[in-house]
Write a protein that binds this ligand. Structure first.
Ligand code: ITT
Length: 204
């Protein structure tokens, strides 16, 4: 069975990544088991940051490592908080970040509160090869939180087609409709018959 270190310190992400990997027969290992820190996220894109986290952990553990860099991209805020979602406004917990987001959107009508969640998964192998998979989901930022499930901005992120926020969904529903679920779907599709072919530089 392939052991994969889940290179995250966010327990909400861990839960959502580990279960689907068990389904395809991989053995998820929490980063906590190894006592490593994650590198500082100095990249300018979700891809850069996911790559850095996965590659660092694969190199240190000599195992394959899966990292997730994700965030909320709000149109009326020019794409904020984006890659800075975990530290938005310098706020240090989910509740305060949600309050801050609502403050930033005060006076913005519902029709202009469109947003998307983005997740980029990077799967790095100890030989240095890295694969990335991206998932996105469109929604609307509500004017007040709804629901108690999930984590992060879930109580404010509403899917009009489903009539629910992510925090009002069951874990199974979130595991079907989320940005992370869509990225995982691509990873699982790529790996369903074993390791996917690697891109090779063309030799002119
Ligand atoms: P690791 O780097 O340890 O994985 P992190 O929380 O710092 O954890 P990110 O830098 O990728 O990870 O920040 C992502 C933030 O975006 C996260 O802290 C949440 O605030 C938000 N976010 C991402 N996915 C989310 C989801 O499914 N539901 C709600 N909020 C989410």
């Amino acid at each position: 069975m392939m052991q994969v270190v889940i290179a995250t310190l966010n327990p909400g992400k861990y839960r959502e990544l580990a279960e689907p990997l068990k389904v395809i027969g991989w053995e998820p290992r929490p980063l906590f088991d190894f006592g490593f820190e994650l590198p500082e996220e100095t990249g300018t894109t979700f891809e850069d940051n996911a790559f850095m986290k996965a590659a660092t952990v694969a190199q240190k553990t000599r195992l394959s490592a899966l990292a997730d860099d994700s965030g909320l991209v709000v149109d009326a805020l020019g794409g904020e908080p984006g890659i800075y979602s975990a530290r938005y406004g310098g706020r240090t917990n989910d509740r305060d970040r949600n309050v801050y987001l609502l403050e930033r959107l005060r006076g913005t009508p519902l029709s202009k509160r469109t947003a998307r969640f983005v997740a980029v998964l990077a799967l790095a192998h100890p030989d240095g090869h890295v694969e990335t998979y991206r998932g996105e989901v469109e929604g609307v930022i509500l004017e007040a939180p709804r629901g108690t499930g999930g984590f992060g901005y879930d109580p404010l992120f509403y899917l009009p087609d489903l009539g629910k926020t992510f925090a009002e969904m069951t874990p199974e529903e979130k595991a079907r409709y989320s940005h992370r679920a869509k990225a995982l779907e691509k990873l699982i599709e790529a790996w369903k018959h074993g390791p996917p072919p690697r891109e090779i530089w063309p030799l002119e």
